[in-house]
Design a protein around this ligand. Structure first.
Ligand SMILES: *Cc1c(COP(=O)(O)O)cnc(C)c1O
Length: 397
């Protein structure tokens, strides 16, 4: 009997009951704008910022409208100007180079390794080309963060971490987002907490924090923040920092606070599913499992494997055969951008760059989303289907 999978790869879990109750309370009082507060009310957004700062150990936190907005705000807050070059990963998603382009700067792509992390040798070779690195922990893979910080510190490069896929992740026990000068998270539906849209920015730098808060559209109400520097810092920056509105609202913040409290448990559930998929994919002819280093604590909300040196036709055939059996794979190496996936050469607003060693890897990257609505049995079934279809296409070549 041919097994078929019938689950939905984009179906997340429902919003938890306590989050729904908190959202209803906001709807009932109607004060959805973050600065619309009753006397003595802190507000859901300010409380979210305080709690996320505590959870990550950061001094300051700002909640904003999206992860992409948090990235662009971080770039502006560290002083990136139009025409500047910004180093970033060749393997990432479109909002990352997009945030660089949104401030008029130019992405300089750094290669990717077979471990799907930034190529630190390529980074060292390009370290003299920019003063800022936007480091995307793409698909939750963390590089050797100590080595990366050494390269960047030596070259005077400011590091911005894109933690869209590493909320809850760490390298050698130090949280992702706490290595660079500033970090950005996404609370969009497909990430680790779900408010539809939303973003969080953390930093220990008081000037970066104050500039980010003013830019986000705080008007002169920054005194209502609970994870912000003191008024004297805002005095220094308030006249020359533009308002580029992109605030979080109290409704989204209300939905997020209970989810963040539950993050550790969700991470364990994701990783249990990930390990079942990983084990199930092992020993598939032609398929390379991406091994996770011991130093890395990751969040298995997606899993990748490599079909190295396969022709595009064979990769397409394997993907089509899996799709017929209900298993939706995403191919990051496809020549045309499709849905959420695209390659660095599709971002034609950036100057054309050639990364042949990375191209070989990127051409073979296949991705599976792992929503928590899947059971571990579902994951075992998905792995069986991939294993059988990939093997038969591989063996036919
Ligand atoms: C989703 C995502 C972002 C941006 O998040 P949005 O909230 O969609 O703007 C940034 N980087 C990566 C790698 C992402 O996947």
């Amino acid at each position: 009997m041919t097994e078929i999978f019938t689950g939905n790869f984009t179906q997340q879990e429902p919003i938890p009951e306590d989050a729904i109750a908190a959202a209803m309370a906001v709807l009932q009082h109607g004060r959805i704008h973050r600065y619309n507060l009753a006397a003595d009310e802190a507000g859901e957004t300010a409380l979210l910022e305080r709690e996320f700062a505590d959870q990550t150990g950061a001094a300051y936190c700002l909640a904003v409208a999206s992860g992409g907005y948090a990235l662009a705000t971080a770039l502006r807050a560290v002083g990136v100007k139009p025409g500047d070059k910004v180093l970033t990963n060749a393997f990432t998603l479109a909002p990352v180079p997009g945030s660089i382009a949104s401030v008029g700067a130019e992405p300089v792509f750094v290669g990717v390794t077979e471990g799907l992390v930034i190529d630190l040798e390529d980074l060292a070779a390009k370290a003299d080309q920019a003063k800022v690195l936007m480091l995307s922990h793409m698909r939750g893979h963390l590089c050797d963060m100590e080595r990366l910080m050494e390269i960047c510190d030596d070259a005077g490069i400011i590091v911005i971490e894109d933690c869209a896929h590493t909320m809850g992740g760490a390298w050698k026990g130090k949280a992702s987002g706490r290595w660079g000068a500033v970090a950005a998270y996404s609370c969009q539906t497909y990430k680790h907490v779900n408010s539809g849209e939303g973003g969080l920015l953390i930093t220990d730098d008081e000037d970066i924090a104050a500039r980010a808060i003013i830019m986000s559209g705080s008007y002169m109400l920054y005194g209502r923040h609970l994870a912000a520097p003191g008024p004297e810092v805002f005095e220094r920056v308030k006249y020359d920092t533009p308002n580029i509105s992109g605030r979080m609202d109290n409704l989204r913040a209300a939905i997020l606070r209970p989810q963040l409290r539950d993050l550790d448990r969700q991470v364990q559930r994701w990783n249990a599913r990930y390990r079942v998929l990983e084990e199930g994919l092992r020993d598939t002819p032609g398929l390379t499992v991406v091994e996770r280093p011991d130093e890395e604590s990751f969040v298995g909300s997606s899993i990748q494997f490599l079909l190295l040196d396969w022709s595009p036709e064979k990769i397409n055939a394997a993907i089509a055969r899996c799709a017929k059996r209900g298993v939706e794979l995403k191919w990051f190496g496809g020549a045309e951008p499709v849905a959420f996936t695209s390659r660095y050469d599709s971002w034609r607003y950036a100057p054309a760059q050639s990364l042949p060693a990375s191209d070989r890897i990127l051409t073979g990257v296949v991705d599976i989303r792992v929503p928590l609505t899947f059971s571990e049995d579902d994951c075992a079934l998905i792995a069986r289907i991939i294993k059988s279809e990939v093997s038969s296409v591989f063996q036919a070549q």
